[in-house]
Design a protein around this ligand. Structure first.
Ligand code: HEM
Length: 237
């Protein structure tokens, strides 16, 4: 692990080089050092952002996030009620619609977000992994929606499963992932795919916080420079 004495945050005991090296049996000094260096509170909870962030196009990521939060909460509620809840109960049917429309908005905002990020080349300035985790969010979002459409327990989902099964069988996946088995799709949708999606979105947001929001091309000078610990101390932050 690197990090000179000068770059170690004030008030923190600097681990010895031996301690700071990564070890599977004793990972905490390494992990603690990495978190303190990459995620100081001024980055996790910033109170100022560069002027270019004040634009609707830069709000698309957070709007996609809002759509995802509403989808997860409404989905948890209808899943608790069980499959007959959203067909036979007016509150269940309403929450089902909230779930459906929040997913539509999630995809709309995510699409505008990544198209905008493509055109401003948002992977600049060490943001390559932010782009890669974004692509994973998109793929996991599609998988989550697909398993969701397969477990609606109506004629529509039965038709989708009938069509999809041939493709899955042709790929040799049908024996493990049986799209005609609504119970399996329920577990995949509610437990597996959505958990992976939330984890990758968390990683994506963590990377955005670490690097700061990307400036438009040619406007790199507007980016707020990362402060050294000496500057933070001098500013009293
Ligand atoms: C689950 C869906 C997603 C959510 C909730 C999300 C959320 C966010 C948020 C809140 C930001 C920070 C500021 C901004 O909006 O520009 C951001 C930045 C970024 N996102 Fe996403 N994102 C998602 C999907 C994607 C996808 C599909 C891609 C690309 C394929 C992508 C690529 C990026 C990149 C490169 C940045 C860094 C740009 C910057 O610093 O502003 N994201 N994302």
């Amino acid at each position: 692990m690197s990090g000179s004495a000068a770059s170690w945050p004030p008030g923190q005991e600097r681990p010895s080089d031996q301690e700071a090296r990564f070890s599977w049996s004793h990972p905490s000094p390494w992990l603690r050092g990495a978190l303190v260096r990459n995620y100081p509170l001024r980055k996790l909870l910033p109170d100022r952002e560069p002027a270019y962030v004040s634009s609707l196009l830069y709000a698309m990521g957070v709007l996609a996030l809002a759509g995802l939060v509403v989808a997860v909460l409404s989905g948890a509620l209808i899943a608790l009620g069980g499959v007959s809840f959203w067909h036979t109960n007016s509150f269940g049917a309403f929450m089902n619609s909230v779930h459906f429309w929040s997913v539509q908005l999630f995809f709309l905002f995510m699409a505008v977000h990544f198209i905008f990020n493509f055109f401003i080349m948002a992977w600049r300035g060490g943001r390559g992994w932010t782009w890669i985790t974004g692509v994973l969010c998109f793929i996991l979002g599609i998988l989550t929606s697909f398993t969701g459409f397969l477990m609606m327990t109506n004629w529509d989902s039965q038709w989708i499963a009938q069509q999809a099964k041939d493709a899955f069988n042709a790929l040799g996946l049908g024996a493990i992932w049986n799209v005609m088995d609504a119970g399996q799709q329920f577990t995949l949708h509610v437990v597996l795919t959505v958990t992976l999606l939330v984890l990758v979105v968390t990683l994506h947001l963590g990377l955005v916080r670490r690097r700061g929001v990307v400036p438009p091309p040619g406007e790199e000078a507007l980016e707020v420079p990362d402060l050294t610990d000496g500057q933070v101390r001098a500013a009293g932050q």
